[in-house]
Every structure is written in C-alpha cells, then in structure tokens.
Write a protein that binds this ligand. Structure first.
Ligand SMILES: [Ca+2]
Ligand SMILES: [Ca+2]
Ligand SMILES: [Ca+2]
Length: 259
C-alpha cells in the first residue's frame, strides 16, 4: 500500500510537470489555439475564415479573400478592372487623388473603377452635373455633346476676338459640377474638339446659367477655348460645355486645373 501510494505520488508529480511544461510555453509564445477556426474580414469588407496553424504560431490568411473577378460590365476595360484605383475608391467619399467617387466600381458611368472621369453619363445632362474633383493634378476627360439635349444656355451670350457670339441655346450641351480642393484660379480648357466649343460657368446651377463674365468663346471653329476664374476650396462650381455657334455638336477633351 505504501509503495503504491508513493509510486502514485511520483506519477502524479511527473504528470504535473508535463502539464506545467506543455501549458506554460503554449500560453506565453502562441497567439492562437491550434486548429481554431474563426471568422475574419477581407479588405473589401466581405467575410472569410482563418485557422490557427498546427503549431499555434499564427492564423492562416483570411480565406477566401481574393480580388473579386471583374464585373461582367461592357464598360469595364480589363486594365481598369485589374487596378482597383486609389485606396478608398468606390466608398462614395472623394479622397485625393480621386477625380470622382460614385460609390461603385463600375466604369462607363461617369466615374471609372479607378475613380477617374469616364463615359458620357446621364449626370452630365442636368444640374448638378457630372462630378469633377480637382486636386493638385490636371484632370483631363474626353466626351461628347452629341448624345445630349439643348438644356443649357449662357446668360448673357458670349463671344469675342473673332468667335461667334452664342448663348448655346441651339446646341446640345453638358454640365460639370467642379469642386476645387485648393483655392486659386480654375482653368478650364477644351481641346481636340470636333466642333466650335464654348465654356461658361457659375456658382449656381440652372438651365439659364447666369454667369458673371465667366464665359469663353473667343475662337471660331474647332480651336478650343480657355476659361479661367477665381475659386475657393471645397466649393462647387458649375461648368457647361456648349456649342459656340448655331447648332454645333461633337466630341471634345476638357482639362481642369487649379493654380
Ligand atoms: Ca473614395
Ligand atoms: Ca462608376
Ligand atoms: Ca468657340
């Protein structure tokens, strides 16, 4: 009986030592319980799972967090889809250097999957217009007026230095809601135009755009126009591209910059 009990005590003490030995380092050096599976969040906000490694040293990567396949959207070009644009693009909040953010990753709808201006969207038909955010870089965009209506006209009409005098009332047009993110002078230029363009702008958006001389129609033909006016930071200005002569329409490139 006595030897039994002393033997049992030895066994117990050995067991105790083993438990102490194996549990103590487990607690101090491993961040997770081996094979424990937990929920995790992918970068895009979707849910995944991760499992603690067999040695308890760390969790496996969150699975299945892989970049989503490109949307089956005709407007998405493969380069756009492969590059998701700046961080925060698609969250609906415009952060530098985004030119726009329409809260989606669809291209061809005015704001591309990379948060760059694109397409000929319905937002350019009426107030407040297609969103444009100007930071330190030049924003360049190419579009057309041919799919739009004769919605806007400049009040008063403008045209100097050889350009026709026009209100744009007989030509289709489109409107941009431009927000500079620094104060200074906003420069708006049309170039590579296939028609006689005119640019006018105001602080209030309306079909009869009443401007205070912020109207450029100095050139006849397709030469393009340059309009500059003083701007404050974080305030929207409404810029219309219209026909600088009677019933003209076509394609154009427009540049926005603040200096
Ligand atoms: Ca954003
Ligand atoms: Ca979009
Ligand atoms: Ca013109």
């Amino acid at each position: 009986m006595k030897p039994m009990s002393s033997r049992a005590a030895v066994v117990l003490s050995v067991l105790g030592a083993v438990v102490a030995c194996s549990s103590s380092p487990t607690k101090s050096t491993t961040p997770c319980k081996p094979k424990l599976t937990v929920l995790c969040k992918c970068q895009d906000g979707s849910e995944g799972q991760q499992t603690c490694e067999d040695d308890g040293s760390k969790f496996s990567p969150c699975d299945p967090c892989i970049p989503p396949d490109p949307l089956p959207d005709a407007g998405v070009d493969p380069i756009d889809a492969a590059d998701s644009g700046p961080p925060g693009c698609g969250d609906g909040i415009v952060q530098e250097p985004e030119q726009c953010d329409d809260k989606n990753k669809t291209s061809g709808d005015g704001c591309s999957a990379k948060c760059v201006l694109d397409g000929n969207p319905d937002s350019a038909r009426a107030c407040p217009g297609m969103q444009v955010h100007v930071w330190d870089s030049v924003v360049e965009y190419s579009g057309t007026t041919t799919v739009y209506a004769q919605t806007f006209r400049a009040s008063p009409s403008c045209g100097v230095d050889g350009g026709a005098t026009s209100s744009g009332s007989t030509s289709p047009d489109r409107v941009f809601k431009v927000t500079p993110h620094r104060p200074g002078t906003l420069k708006v230029e049309t170039l590579n135009a296939t028609f006689d363009t005119m640019i006018y702008a105001a602080e209030t958006c309306a079909p009869d755009l009443v401007h205070k001389g912020w109207c450029a129609n100095a050139k006849a033909g397709n030469a393009g126009e340059v309009l500059t006016f003083p701007v404050s930071s974080e305030i929207a200005y409404f810029v219309v591209v219209d026909g600088g002569a009677i019933t003209v329409q076509g394609n154009f490139t427009i540049r926005f910059s603040v200096f």
